[in-house]
Design a protein around this ligand. Structure first.
Ligand code: FPP
Length: 235
């Protein structure tokens, strides 16, 4: 059983929603059907986080590397993200969820999607139950590169560059370190997700494919997390 006392609950959980394509393949369906089914799992994760009193939930919706996928899948994923936002932002708002985004807003991200992102963030900005962050066109190395570029642009001298200086220039300086990273589908990789924020995260891997993920799986991951001793480099 998961204890929901605030001391044992991870403050920030990050999810790599992996295995949509394989789920679809197993069902004899096109890959995009796996992504569609992934929407249900995503909202299960949100509900699970709300139930547990998790403060921050961050999910990897589209990576800087995902542009390499076949053009029709890329197109689908972009439209799908926009579609989910439109259809479900009100529901998230009603649940007290704040919606944020991290990632590069470069020329590849359609203007219309950026507009939707800003609208969702604006609508939900005062909500306090859960900060739900969607990593879109996100890469962990790119995030650090962008922070370093900003330091240089600001003319920060080398001896003033420390962890705090970098952390305060990441895409969302308010984002706390990740306590628990969950990756589905039996892949044991970080895949360029939240590299800086994951520094001391506990890692949890499950064979479950993302479309089959439920709030119970999230509870299980948290129960596992609560068995671990976090030492942050100490003894
Ligand atoms: C990985 O499965 C999943 C993705 C690249 C996208 C997941 C996106 C969603 C569920 C929608 C998110 C939308 C919002 C608004 C948060 P995969 O295709 O890599 O699966 P595979 O490894 O089996 O091929």
């Amino acid at each position: 059983m998961v204890s929901t006392d605030s001391s044992g609950v991870p403050r920030h959980i990050a999810c790599v929603m992996d295995g949509n394509g394989r789920w679809a393949q197993q069902q004899g369906l096109p890959r995009i059907e796996g992504h569609k089914q992934g929407e249900h799992a995503l909202f299960e994760a949100v509900e699970g986080a709300l139930e547990l009193g998790v403060e921050w939930l961050t999910v990897y919706a589209f990576s800087t590397e995902n542009w390499r996928r076949p053009a029709d899948e890329v197109k689908f994923l972009i439209n799908f993200n926009e579609d989910i936002l439109l259809r479900r932002q009100q529901e998230l708002h009603d649940r007290g969820v704040q919606i944020r985004f991290v990632g590069r807003r470069d020329w590849r991200v359609p203007k219309r999607l950026i507009k939707r992102m800003n609208e969702a963030t604006e609508l939900t900005k005062d909500n306090t139950k859960l900060v739900f962050t969607i990593a879109f066109n996100y890469g962990g190395q790119a995030e650090i590169v962008d922070a370093v570029k900003q330091l240089i642009t600001e003319g920060v001298p080398a001896d003033k560059v420390d962890e705090k200086a970098i952390a305060s220039r990441l895409y969302d300086p308010q984002m706390p370190p990740v306590d628990l990273m969950v990756r589905t589908s039996g892949e044991y990789r970080i895949s360029n997700f939240l590299l800086w924020e994951l520094a001391y995260s506990e890692l949890y891997f499950t064979e479950t494919l993302w479309p089959d993920f439920t709030r119970d799986h999230l509870h299980q991951a948290v129960a596992d997390f609560q068995q671990r001793a976090r030492r942050y480099g100490g003894v």
